[in-house]
Design a binder for this molecule. Structure first.
Ligand code: NAD
Length: 435
C-alpha cells in the first residue's frame, strides 16, 4: 500500500497536471527541503531509560520561516510528518501568510507517560532540533496531543540553550520561536505582572476563522444565516468554538456531537440548540450525547441522542466535520444531504466523496482554507512577540477576520477563473505562489 506522503504527492501532481503547471517544478516543490530524524533518550520514573524517535520535516521556506505543529502519537511516521509539512506549505500560501511549511512528530503514546517524563521528552526534542529552529528559521506549535503547557517547556528549554550559547537575542524574539504558548492570567495579588508571550484569542482562532469563511460564502450565495441549519461533528477546541461563533452570527446550530454520540432537538422542525448551555452540560456530564439544555436546566431525558453517523446524514443546510479525517467517504457519501460542507478537521471528506458531492452541487470549503484560522492565530502570536507587543483578544479576532476574508476571496475568484471547485482552486492558487 502506498504511504500517505506518496498519496499526497500524487493528488497534488494530478491537480497540477490538469491546470498545466510545470511538471518538473512541481516535482521539485513536493519534496521537503530537509527532514531531520532524532533520537531522544528519556529517563523514566521507574529508573529505566528509553529512546524515542522524533522527526522534523522542513518542507518549503520560499514564503518565510518554516511553520507547523509537533505531534506526539504512537502512529507518527516519517512519511506522515512529510505529508503534513507539505500541507502546511499549501495552507500558509492559501492564507497568504509569510510562512513556509513544516511538521514535527515523536513516536510515543503520551498518555502512558507521567508529567515529568513528558516534560523530559519535550525538552529532549528541543535539544535535538535546537540548531534548525528559531523565530526566523522554523516556528513550531502544538498539534495532536501537544498543548500550551508543552510549548512552555519547549520554549523554556530553547531559551536556556540560547543563553548557554551566549545568544544576545532579546527575550521576545526567543519566545517567537514557538507559538501556541499559554496566555497566562495574572493573580490580582501579584505586584508586578510577569510578561505573557501567549496570544489572547489563540484558542478560539480556528473555530472563529471557520465561521468567518462560512459567513463570506453565505454572503456570496445571497443567503441569510438565520435561514441556515448547521450540524457540527466534534465538540472539541475547533467544533465548540465554531458552534459558538456560528450561533452568535445567527446560524441555527441544530446538532453537535463528540466521540460518545450526538445531540439534536427535532420534533417536526429543527430547533436551534442553546450552545452555551450545551457547553455547560458537557462540562457537568462529560458528554454531549443526550444532553438537552433549555431555560438553564440540563435535562438528559428531553434531548434526542443520535449517533455520529446519523448526524452526518441529517437534512441540514451546512455540515461541519470538526473531529476526524475521512468521516465522509464512499460508504456514506450518497446519504449526505447538506448543501454546504466546511472541512474544519483535516481531511474529513475523502477524495472520492469530494468529487462525488461536488458533482452533485455541494459546495465544500477545503480544510487548507477552512481551518487556516489556527495558523493565522499562530502568525499573530509570532508577530506580537517579534514586535514586543501584547494584542487584546478583540484585536486578534479582527486581524484573523481580515486575513480569512481575503483568503476566501482569493480562492473563490481562483475557482471562478479556473472553472473548478474550491479544493482544486486552493491547491492551484498555493502552487502558483510556491513554484
Ligand atoms: P480536540 O481533541 O479538541 O477535539 C476533537 C473532538 O472530536 C472531541 O470533541 C472528540 O470527542 C470528538 N471526536 C472524537 N472522535 C469522534 C467521533 N468518532 N465522532 C465525533 N466526534 C468525535 O481536537 P481539535 O483541536 O478540536 O481538532 C479537531 C480537528 O481539527 C482535527 O482534525 C485537527 O487536526 C483539526 N485542526 C485543529 C486545529 C486547532 O487549532 N485545534 C487547527 C487546524 C486543524
Amino acid at each position: 500500500m502506498a504511504d500517505i506522503f506518496s498519496e499526497t504527492k500524487k493528488s497534488v501532481q494530478a491537480i497540477a497536471k490538469k491546470f498545466n503547471l510545470d511538471k518538473d517544478e512541481v516535482r521539485e516543490f513536493l519534496e521537503p527541503n530537509r527532514i531531520v530524524e532524532v533520537n531522544i533518550p528519556v529517563k523514566l520514573e521507574t529508573g529505566q531509560r528509553e529512546i524515542f524517535k522524533g522527526f522534523r520535516s522542513q518542507h518549503n521556506n520560499k514564503l518565510g520561516p518554516y511553520k507547523g505543529g509537533i505531534r506526539f502519537h504512537q502512529n507518527v511516521t516519517r512519511e506522515e510528518v512529510m505529508a503534513l509539512s507539505l500541507w502546511m506549505s499549501l495552507k500558509c500560501a492559501v492564507a497568504d501568510l509569510p510562512y513556509g511549511g513544516a511538521k514535527g512528530g515523536i513516536i510515543v503514546n503520551p498518555k502512558i507517560l507521567t508529567e515529568k517524563e513528558l516534560e523530559n521528552l519535550s525538552r529532549g526534542y528541543v535539544r535535538a532540533i535546537y540548531d534548525i529552529i528559531g523565530a526566523d528559521k522554523d516556528v513550531p506549535a502544538p498539534d495532536v496531543n501537544t498543548n500550551p503547557k508543552i510549548m512552555e517547556w519547549m520554549v523554556d528549554e530553547y531559551i536556556k540553550i540560547a543563553r548557554k550559547r551566549k545568544s544576545n537575542l532579546p527575550e521576545n524574539i526567543l519566545h517567537a520561536t514557538f507559538t501556541g504558548k499559554p496566555d497566562k492570567k495574572h493573580e490580582p495579588s501579584e505586584k508586578r505582572e510577569p510578561k505573557s508571550f501567549g496570544l489572547a484569542g489563540r484558542t478560539e482562532a480556528t473555530g472563529f476563522g471557520g465561521v468567518v469563511i462560512l459567513k463570506e460564502l453565505i454572503n456570496k450565495l445571497g443567503l441569510k444565516p438565520e435561514n441556515q441549519t448547521v450540524a457540527v461533528q466534534g465538540f472539541g477546541n475547533v467544533g465548540n468554538y465554531f458552534a459558538q461563533f456560528a450561533a452568535k452570527s445567527g446560524f441555527k446550530v441544530v446538532a453537535v456531537s463528540d466521540s460518545k454520540g450526538a445531540i439534536t432537538e427535532k420534533n417536526h422542525k429543527f430547533k436551534p440548540l442553546d450552545i452555551s448551555l450545551v457547553l455547560k452540560c458537557k462540562a457537568e456530564k462529560g458528554i454531549v450525547a443526550g444532553c438537552y439544555c433549555i431555560g438553564g436546566v440540563c435535562d438528559l431525558a428531553k434531548g434526542k441522542p443520535i449517533s455520529n453517523e446519523d448526524l452526518l446524514e441529517l437534512p441540514v443546510d451546512i455540515l461541519v466535520p470538526a473531529a476526524l479525517e475521512n468521516v465522509i467517504n464512499k460508504q456514506n457519501m450518497k446519504k449526505i444531504k447538506a448543501k454546504i460542507i466546511i472541512e474544519m478537521a483535516n481531511g474529513p471528506v475523502s477524495y472520492e466523496a469530494y468529487e462525488y458531492l461536488t458533482k452533485k452541487g455541494v459546495i465544500i470549503i477545503p480544510d487548507i482554507l477552512a481551518n487556516a484560522g489556527g495558523v493565522t492565530g499562530s502568525y499573530i502570536e509570532w508577530k506580537q512577540n517579534i514586535e514586543d507587543k501584547k494584542y487584546k483578544k478583540e484585536e486578534t479576532l479582527k486581524m484573523i477576520e481580515g486575513i480569512m476574508e481575503l483568503a476566501f476571496d482569493n480562492i473563490w475568484n481562483e475557482s471562478v477563473s479556473l472553472g473548478t471547485h474550491l479544493k482544486e482552486a486552493s491547491y492551484v492558487h498555493a502552487l502558483k505562489k510556491l513554484l
